[in-house]
Ligand binder design. Structure first.
Ligand SMILES: [Fe+2]
Ligand SMILES: [Fe+2]
Length: 506
């Protein structure tokens, strides 16, 4: 039955071995002022060609061999049993170098007699206005198609109610809206896929992002679901987690973090982009081999697991170094990681507490707050609780010259990408905005016309205005406009009533 379901999905999405020579169409990664990576996955090992133009001028032409099979993208043991073996494909990767900063390029990939166009813009070498988008918890899987999530009614929390559209429709509408507004890049702080160890969930991710990713770099950050081997494949046991993370590391490219140990590479990194620095932290990993659940609540042991973030760890020392550098270099510093440390959500309970005896608590990440305050980090971009929430944490920044000043750290849960739309579970004294309660639903003649909790994202515009730099945070939701019979008519872009503008030095 499941195999038949998958076949129908492939047909309905236009995917078939005959007319789709590429398993993943070309996408751009790791933008710098002088370089960009273009990656894709093909079914055949035949030599491909990549051409790149600036205006009408051909600036690069490469032949790309396909000798390396992406073995990390094989189906999990459970998937193989259910669906048969898959073809992992041949990974192609070109790093285009020697490019000019802040310039538009277009490219074309030619493979097996077909071609795929794309375009991109290199990062600026100097300060100019930029825009980026953050969302998380898309948690893609083929099963999201047609599946509506629970949508708690703030006025009647006990009544069962499902969201107006299914997860797949909501996520795709979100991506289309993001693409329309042409951000320089999109950062996803975790839970990109439902199950990191299931290949079908990754295939679904790239299918949904096919259009956007060909021209806009996606900055992927590890979430607990990227560490999750799957309910049938070892859950968070170490070998399962490693199999899952290997898929993430196969797809994404980021600046090197300079760590000598291989196990620390690729999991956390810092990216400079014009007037900002974005630092990605791996805040997921505890001692996965000690339990069948992911376990950041086990941190504190003498053992140092991969991606440990506690004081004394490799990552912590690296983070402090990067924060110090960013404080001197950039107008604004953002840090992205998955588990939101201040929240009203399901994972705001202390480890081992709450209804579900939470083993995915965000609270252990609070250990990093003193660093963030000291180095004047402007905003955390988190997810995991799957709400649109903003909190503020206040403290003291120590400037490079040793002077001090009061500082406020903004903390965002942007986990409304395309999966859960959860309600609050616990009081959060740091909270300033929560979509669930602070944007009430307005219904007219049985149709929602405004407000409520929906799929969406956070848009950040960093720009110079009247000679001063500012960062403008716009939380966006996609209102599904339904007719009186409950049929979807269209989506409208709306703004949550929580516009935030930070001036440099705030
Ligand atoms: Fe999630
Ligand atoms: Fe999560």
């Amino acid at each position: 039955m499941k195999a038949r379901f998958l076949f129908l999905l492939l047909v309905s999405s236009g995917l078939s071995a005959a007319d789709e020579p590429l398993l993943v169409q070309p996408y751009v990664q790791n933008p710098t002022p002088n370089a960009m990576s273009v990656l894709w996955l093909s079914r055949s090992p035949a030599t491909a060609r990549l051409r790149c133009w600036q205006g009408d001028k051909l600036v690069a032409e490469r032949e790309v061999g396909g000798h390396v099979e992406a073995t990390s993208l094989r189906y999990s043991p459970w998937e193989t049993k259910e669906f048969g073996a898959n073809q992992p494909g041949y990974q192609r990767e070109v790093r285009l170098t020697g490019l000019a900063p802040g310039v538009d390029y277009r490219y074309e990939v030619e493979q097996d007699g077909q071609s795929w166009p794309g375009e991109f813009r290199t990062a600026p070498s100097e300060e100019r206005n930029i825009r980026f988008v953050a969302y998380s918890d898309s948690e893609t899987e083929p099963e999201s198609r047609g599946a509506k999530v629970h949508w708690e009614d703030p006025a009647h929390p006990r009544q069962p109610r499902n969201y107006l559209v299914d997860q797949d429709t909501g996520y795709r509408a979100n991506l289309a809206e993001i693409e329309k507004n042409r951000p320089d890049f999109v950062v996803i702080p975790g839970d990109l896929v439902e199950t990191g160890g299931e290949q079908r969930d990754w295939d679904e991710f790239w299918l949904c992002n096919r259009q956007l990713s060909r021209s806009i770099p996606i900055v992927g950050v590890l979430g607990n679901h990227e560490y999750y081997g799957g309910p049938n494949d070892g859950r968070y046991e170490e070998h399962s987690s490693e199999r899952a993370v290997a898929k993430f590391l196969t797809y994404f490219r980021a600046p090197g973090n300079g760590q000598p140990l291989k196990r620390e590479q690729g999991r956390y990194f810092a990216m400079d982009y014009g007037p900002i620095t974005l630092i990605a932290v791996d805040g997921c990993n505890g001692l996965a081999h000690q339990t069948d659940q992911d376990s950041n609540w086990h941190l504190g042991s003498d053992l140092r697991p991969k991606g440990d973030f506690n004081p004394g760890s490799q990552q912590y020392a690296w983070l402090e170094q990067q924060l110090r550098r960013a404080q001197k270099r950039s107008r604004f510093t953002f840090v992205a990681f998955h588990h939101c440390p201040y929240s009203s959500g399901l994972h705001a309970f202390a480890p081992g507490q709450g209804e579900g005896k939470d083993r995915q608590s965000g609270r252990p990440l609070q250990v990093l707050t003193p660093l963030f305050l000291r180095y004047g980090v402007d905003a955390l971009l988190n997810g995991h609780d799957e709400m649109m929430e903003r909190s503020e944490v206040t403290g003291t920044e120590v400037r490079p010259d040793g002077s001090t000043r009061p500082h406020t750290l903004q903390v965002y849960d942007v986990g409304i990408g395309g999966d859960g739309l959860r309600g609050p579970e616990i009081a959060n004294p740091k909270r300033k905005f929560l979509a669930h309660t602070d944007c009430p639903e307005v219904w007219k003649d049985g149709v929602l016309v405004e407000g409520g909790k929906h799929y969406g994202h956070l848009q950040v515009d960093v720009e110079k205005s009247d000679g001063k730099w500012q960062a403008r945070f716009t939380p966006i939701y996609l209102l599904p406009v339904m007719d009186a019979q409950g049929r979807l008519q269209r989506f409208e872009r709306r703004q949550y009533p929580d516009m935030m503008v930070l001036q440099e030095g705030d």
